[in-house]
Design a protein around this ligand. Structure first.
Ligand SMILES: Cc1ncc(COP(=O)(O)O)c(C=O)c1O
Length: 404
């Protein structure tokens, strides 16, 4: 009988026999495998490869942000850009592993609340696995994620509330026999997200950056990266210490930051009527894994920081304009965090800092900085200023300039 939580109500985490893993696989074995998350199969819970549900979970690039980093006094700034994954966000990792394991366990109906991206990913992988999927999301979640759920044939509902309200709707389906795959209510989504951590270590040549900065909602990615690096250290595949982990939240919804600052071990739920941010994926007022997030931050010598929406939008635009990386608002929130932590001296100028861009900017119509182009009639000519050199070098022409 598939189980959701521990009998004490806490999340279940998968443990592997790491001695057996070390005896059966090595770093060089991995290097010969296809460049997708299944290359880490010994550290994943799917036992029979026949159960793997794949849509091309490619390894995502680590990109330098040279100009952005230079401008904020952090030349070692890099990003792992998750936008290339199926459905345009890192949620594909959790869904690929979660749906594969659901298939292995013979589960044929799954249900989840979502802020958009997870619903899109799980609906799509469920379609591939021919598993029924019921999704409930807040009405103001990014519209494109609705489209993805609908196209993938999910039973999609919106609710005029927050993700917690969607969670209550999902429980009605769970009472009718649907399997609950909400964040941390099944143990396998985190195993998929963990591959972000495995992958970045391998891509950096089996070493870790000094700091990893993560946009934190339910916190699964952060707990997953912490777990991944812990397993690699235990395996002896890397040496040294855990990077300092940083949880980034929006000022409009920052329960983890508040708890971190007050020294608490768990977080108080954020008042739903006050929860708001353009970084919709991190609009999570209450996280089941709050204590795991807080523990990971403290054990690693990390921190938590809340950032304002206006600056998220500004840094999203600046990064796109100076380095050509179009981050989703959640990803851009990590840029604001890094900027502020550098100003405060928490980050030193010579550190290697990796920020997670958890998804594609293209999924967020509402948050995009929509520049109003000059409209031309068919018989009109470009204005003379259009082709003149821009004063001060490369700027975005028109209504907005590249911010300094
Ligand atoms: C783009 C994006 N980034 C970050 C998050 C937060 O993820 P986590 O639950 O791992 O904290 C979400 C969750 O919806 C998301 O969609």
């Amino acid at each position: 009988m598939p189980q959701n939580l521990c009998t004490c109500g806490s999340p279940l985490l998968v443990r592997y026999d790491l001695e057996q893993v070390a005896a059966g696989a090595s770093r060089s074995d991995l290097a010969r495998r296809p460049p997708d998350l299944w290359r880490y199969r010994e550290l994943l819970p799917v036992l029979d490869p026949a159960n793997v549900v794949g849509l091309g979970e490619t390894m995502t690039p680590i990109l330098a942000l040279p100009e952005y980093g230079r401008r904020i006094g952090l030349p070692g700034l890099i990003t792992k850009d998750e936008s290339a994954l199926p459905t345009g966000s890192f949620k594909a990792r959790g869904a690929a592993v979660g749906v594969s394991k659901a298939r292995e366990l013979g589960i044929d109906r799954i249900a989840l609340p979502t802020n958009g991206n997870a619903g899109a990913a799980w609906a799509t992988y469920a379609a591939r696995a021919r598993i029924e999927c019921l999704v409930v999301m807040p009405e103001d979640a990014p519209k494109l994620t609705r489209m993805e759920c609908a196209l993938a044939g999910a039973r999609l509902f919106t609710v005029d509330g927050r993700i917690a309200d969607a969670g209550r709707m999902v429980r009605q389906a769970v009472d009718k026999g649907w399997f609950d795959v909400s964040t941390l209510k099944e143990p396998y989504r985190i195993e998929g997200k963990k591959t972000m951590g495995l992958e970045l270590v391998e891509q950096l040549g089996w070493r870790v950056p000094e700091v990893i900065v993560y946009p934190t909602g339910g916190g699964v990615g952060l707990i997953g990266i912490h777990k991944a690096i812990g397993e690699l250290l235990a395996l002896g595949w890397i040496t040294g210490k855990m990077p300092r982990l940083v949880a980034v939240q929006a000022q409009g919804c920052a329960p983890i930051v508040k708890a971190f600052e007050s020294g608490a071990e768990t977080a108080e739920p954020w008042p739903p009527e006050q929860a708001h941010t353009i970084a919709f994926g991190i609009n999570v007022g209450s996280a089941l894994g709050d204590f795991l997030i807080l523990r990971a931050l403290r054990e690693s010598g990390g921190t938590a920081i809340a950032v304002p929406d206006a600056q998220i939008a500004a840094e999203q635009a600046r990064c796109a304009a100076v380095d050509g990386v179009l981050m989703c608002p959640e990803g851009a929130a990590t840029l604001v965090a890094v900027l502020r932590l550098r100003e405060q001296g928490w980050l030193a100028g010579d550190e290697e800092v990796l920020v997670l861009n958890t998804g594609s900017a293209l999924k967020y119509e509402s948050a995009a900085v929509v520049a109003e182009p000059l409209r031309l009639r068919q018989d009109e000519r470009l204005p003379p200023s259009a082709t003149e050199p821009a004063p001060g070098g490369r700027t975005r022409w028109g209504t907005t300039e590249v911010p300094g």
